[in-house]
Ligand binder design. Structure first.
Ligand code: TMP
Length: 210
């Protein structure tokens, strides 16, 4: 399998989607064979799960149910889309992956990193990112902006305490699993954040050519 699996991670409102679009343009200009995708979702079944898990009316969803739904969406995503693309030698650029579940459900929902890792290990058939770009930004200020703009989905509507815990979860996870993770200072201008991202992407693409 000679594809490359790149994931974008970070708190809500850290600018992942904007940079994802710029990386897409960059890959197109370079004629790189790639796909972009996201979690939760990325497949027809996964998008249905996304609607359930992010529906702001599902107020009484148990934390366990939430964690299993994210893992279920991921299992489908790996099987139907990520694995076949990697096998075909493509670059897979994915917004969020297991690290999000470890931070949001493992730490934010207090289910425990190990338990959440276990259900995800079951779902992902041994696939791990070759590179994770972690967009580091103060979670509270950016989130306020996002929820003010759109009203926010079920997770975005959680209080600042929850998002602070998610942020601290990420900080813990960066120490626990530093392998293949590059930290991007997402408080900088879009151009600078894009340049930082491309620097790491180019070095992994070069490694594949060697
Ligand atoms: P998005 O806004 O980045 O599309 O992600 C949707 C929300 O789902 C976001 O608040 C983060 C959350 N999330 C989890 O809680 N666990 C997960 O495993 C994933 C992929 C996302």
């Amino acid at each position: 399998m000679n594809g490359i699996f790149i994931t974008l991670e970070g708190p809500d409102g850290s600018g992942k989607s904007t940079i994802m679009e710029l990386i897409t343009d960059y890959f197109n200009n370079k004629n790189i064979d790639f796909i972009t995708t996201r979690e939760p979702g990325g497949t027809e079944i996964g998008e249905k799960i996304r609607n359930i898990v992010l529906d702001k009316d599902n107020k009484n969803m148990a934390a366990e149910t939430e964690a299993l739904l994210y893992a279920a969406s991921r299992g489908q995503h790996v099987d139907e889309k990520i694995l076949p693309a990697l096998k075909a030698g493509k670059v897979v650029l994915c917004e969020r992956f297991v690290l999000s579940s470890l931070a949001y459900q493992g730490v934010g929902r207090s289910l425990g990193i190990e338990k959440v890792k276990m259900i995800n290990d079951f779902a992902i058939k041994g696939i791990v990112p070759d590179l994770t770009l972690f967009f580091h930004v103060d979670p509270i200020s950016t989130l306020d902006r996002k929820t003010e703009e759109k009203g926010g989905d079920r997770l975005e509507r959680e209080g600042s305490q929850f998002h602070q815990e998610v942020y601290e979860g990420y900080m813990k996870l960066l120490k626990l699993y530093p392998e293949n993770i590059e930290i991007i200072d997402a408080s900088k201008s879009i151009e600078e954040v894009f340049n930082q991202s491309i620097y790491h992407i180019e070095s992994i693409l070069k490694k594949r050519e060697e």
